[in-house]
Design a protein around this ligand. Structure first.
Ligand SMILES: *[C@@H]1O[C@H](CO)[C@@H](O)[C@H](O)[C@H]1NC(C)=O
Ligand SMILES: *[C@@H]1O[C@H](CO)[C@@H](O)[C@H](O)[C@H]1NC(C)=O
Ligand SMILES: *[C@@H]1O[C@H](CO)[C@@H](O)[C@H](O)[C@H]1NC(C)=O
Ligand SMILES: *[C@@H]1O[C@H](CO)[C@@H](O)[C@H](O)[C@H]1NC(C)=O
Ligand SMILES: *[C@@H]1O[C@H](CO)[C@@H](O)[C@H](O)[C@H]1NC(C)=O
Ligand SMILES: *[C@@H]1O[C@H](CO)[C@@H](O)[C@H](O)[C@H]1NC(C)=O
Length: 582
């Protein structure tokens, strides 16, 4: 006779209970099974001061109180306006809702206490400068308490609070079935991000703002905007209007300085730091449209000799006019970015050494010629970034392929996988992991280049892209950026970013590709793989029902997130949808 071991028995029980489906999983969570109803007149205080719920409250300035007040407004508006009736998460025909005729125990108070003062860096932190931890308790008799050390921690706790609630199908009741609740929570990594590419296809302002909202719900806190590339220049630089006039796809496909400021402050108000990348010295061909004298190898074929994808183009590495151009560009741009970000990314991926063969000031592709020029280029640009009060970030090729040395506070973004993260951290660099084998969400959907009939067609068949297969939520979820590192190396890993390179992504399909897979990375980066309660890796069997629920919340809040399973599985049938090893 089969007798369940204690652990498989308790796993089974866990699967049958209604999940308190907080995503990402808090470090610790206990819950009960009492019902509490939420009312718009709930008494809310922040550090003793009454903050009644006001719909649509926007911060008037960036102060702790304004940020928290707006956070409260969004949280309650989200619960009352965009909650789910969770029929998709329970067995068909089951009675999962509280009986309204039994009367209502109301949640009477929400007391928010911020135990430390915010610093100016709270709103533009370097990794580790803001404490995002929070504790949340909800007593069965209707009193909630949220404590945190920063206003950003308060926002994280409010998001968890909102995920406790459902709408009743009667329409005008909102409840949590989980009281009493006790949560203690803090992130594993300080840098948890998304890379948005606005150069291959443009992302209009409202889509960027919606992305920031969905990030905050997933407790992601860094939006890296790869704003220019060889294909287009959407960012308006007032002192150099020719860049976007000639380089944007269309005048409608641009970000004005006001748009940039709006994106950044929208992020700050949600605990999402928005920082920008101008990729150079490769990936900058578009500058050729307005400043042809600065660029080599623009729009050459066969492009493979000059770059990774058309239309190529790199800065001339031994040209004082390039330096003057960057001086002017950075003088205009960086002082506008610095008030709301701690970082600026100077790119540096995929520089093809052949490009300098065409540079009349160099005419060489030899390492011993190019390396010193690149070192000087990076030194000069990073000095400008630092002078503006920002910390530079580069792609991994700059230190690893080109042996450029940089100050150790420089952050290096790794993407090539293999030993990159280990090599970089062992050299003392701080690292953001974007390993393409796990966290490139654009991969595996086919090639966008076309092949003519004949030899090319035969070579290209079956028209895959370079980084397939598609990275499923489960693959994204299990990636640990510190795997195989010593503890000293692991400490230098700031976190990671999932990337959505946009050759075949625009606002029409962005949400379905980003969500909820970016949320899966969000949990890997917030909670880590190890469940503190069991000391074991969180399993897909445990995670899927929670991610299914979070996906329903994303959809209810206006994000077109993909389903990760069919409704058959989401309806309380996690076990039936589990792979059983024969
Ligand atoms: C949360 O509770 C734990 C345990 O009591 C305590 O150590 C920690 O300081 C609390 N954190 C916050 C942000 O209140
Ligand atoms: C440089 O160009 C030559 C052809 O002139 C080509 O064979 C080689 O692969 C190119 N190198 C790179 C790194 O693309
Ligand atoms: C860079 O340009 C300077 C001035 O034109 C020239 O003297 C120098 O040889 C060039 N360096 C290389 C590596 O070609
Ligand atoms: C450098 O250029 C030469 C001449 O075009 C070419 O044969 C060689 O492949 C290039 N080297 C690299 C590493 O691309
Ligand atoms: C960088 O250093 C490594 C190891 O010292 C060496 O193998 C490589 O050729 C160097 N690359 C450049 C571009 O100098
Ligand atoms: C978690 O899974 C990884 C493989 O993905 C494994 O290396 C590690 O040992 C596991 N950790 C625990 C505590 O089981």
């Amino acid at each position: 006779m089969w007798s369940p071991s204690l652990s498989s028995f308790s796993l089974l029980l866990a699967a049958l209970q209604p999940a308190a489906a907080i995503w990402p999983a808090p470090q610790s969570l206990t819950k009960g099974d009492s019902v509490l109803y939420l009312h718009q007149n709930i008494e809310i205080t922040y550090d003793g001061e009454s903050i009644p719920y006001t719909y649509g409250y926007e911060p008037r300035k960036l102060t702790s109180k304004e940020v928290v007040q707006a956070g409260i407004s969004r949280t309650l508006a989200g619960i009352f306006g965009n909650s789910i009736v969770p029929w998709k998460l329970h067995k068909p025909g089951s009675k999962f809702e509280p009986d309204l005729s039994k009367g209502q125990q109301w949640l009477k108070t929400l007391k928010i206490v911020q135990k430390a003062k915010d610093k100016p860096s709270t709103f533009k932190p370097l990794a580790g400068e803001v404490d995002e931890s929070y504790n949340l308790t909800v007593s069965a008799d209707g009193h909630a308490k949220l404590t945190a050390l920063s206003s950003i921690g308060v926002l994280r706790g409010l998001e968890t609070f909102s995920q406790l609630f459902y709408q009743h199908s009667a329409g005008t009741f909102w409840y949590t079935p989980f009281a009493p609740v006790s949560v203690q929570d803090s992130p594993r990594f300080p840098h948890r991000g998304i890379l948005l590419d606005t150069a291959r296809n443009f992302m209009p302002l409202p889509d960027v703002l919606r992305t920031i909202d969905a990030m905050a719900w997933s407790k992601l806190n860094r939006l890296h905007i790869h704003v220019t590339d060889s294909q287009s220049w959407p960012i308006v630089i007032p002192s150099m209007p020719e860049l976007s006039e000639k380089g944007a796809y269309h005048p409608s496909q641009t970000y004005s300085p006001e748009d940039i400021e709006r994106i950044q402050t929208y992020g700050v108000e949600r605990g999402v730091e928005v920082y920008f990348e101008i990729d150079m010295p490769g990936h900058i061909g578009v500058v050729s449209l307005s400043h042809p004298e600065l660029i080599v190898a623009y729009n050459l074929q066969p492009y493979q000799w000059w770059c990774q994808e058309p239309p190529c183009g790199a800065f001339k590495l031994n040209n004082t006019a390039v330096d003057a151009f960057l001086d002017k560009l950075f003088d205009d741009l960086l002082p506008r970015l610095a008030p709301h970000a701690a970082y600026f990314h100077t790119g540096g991926d995929e520089l093809n050494r052949n490009d300098s063969m065409l540079d009349e000031g160099i005419r060489s592709n030899a390492t011993e010629v190019l390396q010193p020029l690149l070192q000087k280029f990076i030194d000069t640009q990073h000095a400008r970034v630092r002078a503006a009060g920002l910390t530079p970030i580069t792609w991994e090729e700059i230190p690893l392929e080109w042996n450029v040395t940089m100050a150790k506070d420089t952050v290096v973004q790794a993407w090539l996988g293999g030993d990159s993260v280990k090599t970089l951290t062992s050299k003392g660099y701080k690292v953001i992991d974007s390993n393409y084998n796990f966290w490139y969400l654009d991969c595996g959907r086919g090639q966008w280049l076309t092949w003519a009939n004949g030899e090319g067609f035969t070579q290209g068949y079956p028209f895959n892209d370079w980084c397939g297969p598609t990275k499923s939520w489960a693959l994204v979820y299990q990636h640990d950026p510190t795997a195989g590192l010593t503890s000293e190396e692991a400490e230098r890993v700031l976190g990671g970013e999932v990337a959505l390179w946009a050759e075949t992504i625009d606002p029409i399909n962005f949400d379905t590709l980003a969500w909820p897979r970016a949320s899966a990375a969000g949990e890997a980066l917030w909670s880590g793989r190890i469940d503190p309660d069991t000391g074991r890796n969180r399993s897909q069997v445990e995670a899927a029902p929670r991610l299914n629920e979070f996906r329903e919340r994303l959809v209810a809040r206006g994000v077109r997130a993909s389903p990760i399973q069919m409704t058959f599985c989401t309806q309380g049938k996690a076990e039936e949808c589990q792979f059983i090893v024969a």
